[in-house]
Design a protein around this ligand. Structure first.
Ligand code: HEM
Length: 485
């Protein structure tokens, strides 16, 4: 908290000498030892510390991996194989780094959903939230750049799809794409610049994390009630040892889960196509990004229609970036005076819907958009023989049986130019689900959150809060009044 007085008391002569010249130990002490932290933080609040652990792990393992990695299209794939087989503990470093990216995203999504649920982004923590969104964007960019480095099939074709999106932007799109790739198509120069940026961005993330924590320490931590601490003595405890122990415990549990993935399922989260060296001439059947990008990929693909002069591809790109942009402006979209959804029963239902929406968008992103949803096939696929009839008009015959269809095809004269195809039956497909979910995603931020804030009647807070926070004020004080204080 900004008005928190420093209690650091330098002991040794050296500490006193340093403190007068560069009070860095004082800064660390005030931020991570004596910092007053609300008593009632639950385990969802340990994910910030878990994220700091993830970032440090990625940087440490990444720096060592880079010592053995060759950023060239001739050497990259082989150097990764060498790391896996010949470099001492290279297999471990790579498994930690590749799966570490997944664990990092798992933690960041939990951290963000925690923020959404408890209204952590609301006044006075808007800048803290926006800095978090910047970190999230940088994480996506870093993961995308890193995925290119092993130079596998998915690395190459995935990068092709994503950089190709820039080409959809009118006029400036193609020059931007060429500039990003360092040439007209993905090549050695692309790999080299991706490697350089992949090495750089985590340090930028670390810089933004410092700002994030600074912005956290000015208003101080929020807490699950959404009511800010009023009495620092009664309602807070020093960060050390209370939260160093709690965060430390959570990090150890997280490390156990992380180890299970690293040691027992090291390839479970990756894609088998990436064990094949990149070949520009062979495109994988389904190009899919890593799981943590799937919801945004589903939004990108959900737009299949043009609107006026804007074609579907560009609309998809706008929707995908728009979905992330909405997170940035959320503090100004939410009109509710009450922060925490603990006291917002209706908002809580829509929030659960939003979590389900995110998960199901991820499912849609992983699937072929034309595939029917389970149990949602309304009529069977049919074989269709297409031919030109005696009057020269196109005609069709439908069959359920292959032998009958084949016979009909053979019975047509050569002049009919008959061909056999498949007419897909009616079904509710993944693309339809993705379109519905995309609509819900945007409606959640643009309609539901703003409207609920104005319409919802929040629950009363329990007595315990009134006693400690409002020092004996009556329970009849509505939460709106508490939040407005
Ligand atoms: C490398 C990534 C990140 C790191 C290391 C990090 C670190 C932290 C830490 C240590 C805290 C305090 C403890 C806690 O509340 O968990 C915190 C709080 C917070 N973070 Fe992050 N964070 C990261 C990413 C993000 C992202 C992506 C967002 C949102 C888009 C975000 C939003 C917030 C908010 C709103 C709080 C305040 C919670 C409260 O006090 O009520 N952070 N972060």
């Amino acid at each position: 908290m900004s008005d928190h007085q420093s209690t650091y008391n330098p002991q040794s002569g050296f500490e006193k000498w340093l403190d007068r010249r560069l009070p860095i130990v004082r800064l660390a002490y005030d931020s991570f030892v004596d910092f007053p932290t609300p008593k009632n933080l639950n385990y969802w609040y340990t994910f910030g510390g878990i994220l700091a652990f993830c970032l440090a792990t990625q940087i440490l393992t990444g720096v060592v991996l880079a010592m053995h990695y060759t950023p060239s299209i001739e050497g990259s794939f082989a150097s990764v194989e060498r790391i896996e087989r010949d470099v001492p503990f290279g297999w471990l470093l790579r498994s930690i780094h590749a799966n570490g990216a997944s664990m990092f995203f798992l933690a960041v999504y939990i951290h963000m959903f925690r923020g959404l649920y408890y209204g952590s982004y609301k006044e006075p923590r808007e800048v803290l939230w926006v800095l978090g969104c910047v970190i999230f964007l940088l994480m996506i960019a870093t993961a995308f750049l890193g995925y290119m480095l092993p130079w596998g099939q998915m690395s190459f074709h995935g990068a092709n799809v994503i950089t190709g999106l820039f080409g959809a932007i009118p006029i400036v799109g193609e020059p931007i794409q060429t500039w990003l790739l360092g040439g007209p198509s993905i090549g050695n120069q692309t790999l080299q610049r991706f490697f350089s940026l992949h090495y750089l961005l985590p340090f930028i993330i670390a810089g933004v994390v410092i700002l994030h924590i600074w912005a956290l320490h000015v208003p101080g931590n929020g807490n699950p009630t959404g009511v800010d601490v009023k009495d620092v003595k009664k309602d807070t405890v020093p960060f050390h040892p209370y939260y160093t122990v709690k965060d430390g415990f959570a990090i150890v549990v997280f490390m156990i889960l992380f180890s299970v993935v690293v040691f027992y399922f090291p390839a479970a989260l990756g894609h088998t196509d990436n064990y094949i060296e990149a070949n520009p001439l062979v495109t994988p059947a389904h190009i899919v990004p890593e799981w943590y990008m799937l919801p945004f990929y589903a939004i990108l693909r959900a737009i299949t229609f043009d609107i006026g002069p804007i074609d579907a591809k560009l609309l998809g790109v706008i929707a995908m970036f728009g979905a992330i942009a909405l997170l940035f402006v959320l503090p100004w979209l939410d009109t509710s005076k009450v922060r925490s959804m603990r006291y917002r029963p209706t908002a809580r239902y829509f929030f659960i819907g939003f979590v389900a929406c995110g998960l199901m968008l991820g499912w849609c992103g992983a699937k072929d958009p034309d595939e029917a949803l389970p149990y949602m096939k309304l009529s069977a696929d049919q074989l269709v023989v297409e031919y030109t009839d005696v009057n020269g008009n196109p005609a069709q015959q439908f069959f359920d049986d292959y032998d009958l269809a084949k016979q009909a095809l053979e019975n047509q004269p050569a002049s009919a130019a008959a061909s056999l195809g498949v007419k897909k039956g009616d079904a509710i497909r993944f693309i339809h689900l993705a379109q519905f979910l995309t609509l819900y995603y945007f409606a959640y931020f643009l309609l539901i959150v703003p409207a609920l804030g104005l319409l919802e009647r929040p629950k009363d807070e329990p007595d315990s809060i009134h006693k400690s926070v409002l020092k004996g004020k009556s329970k009849s004080t509505a939460p709106e009044a508490v939040a407005a204080e």
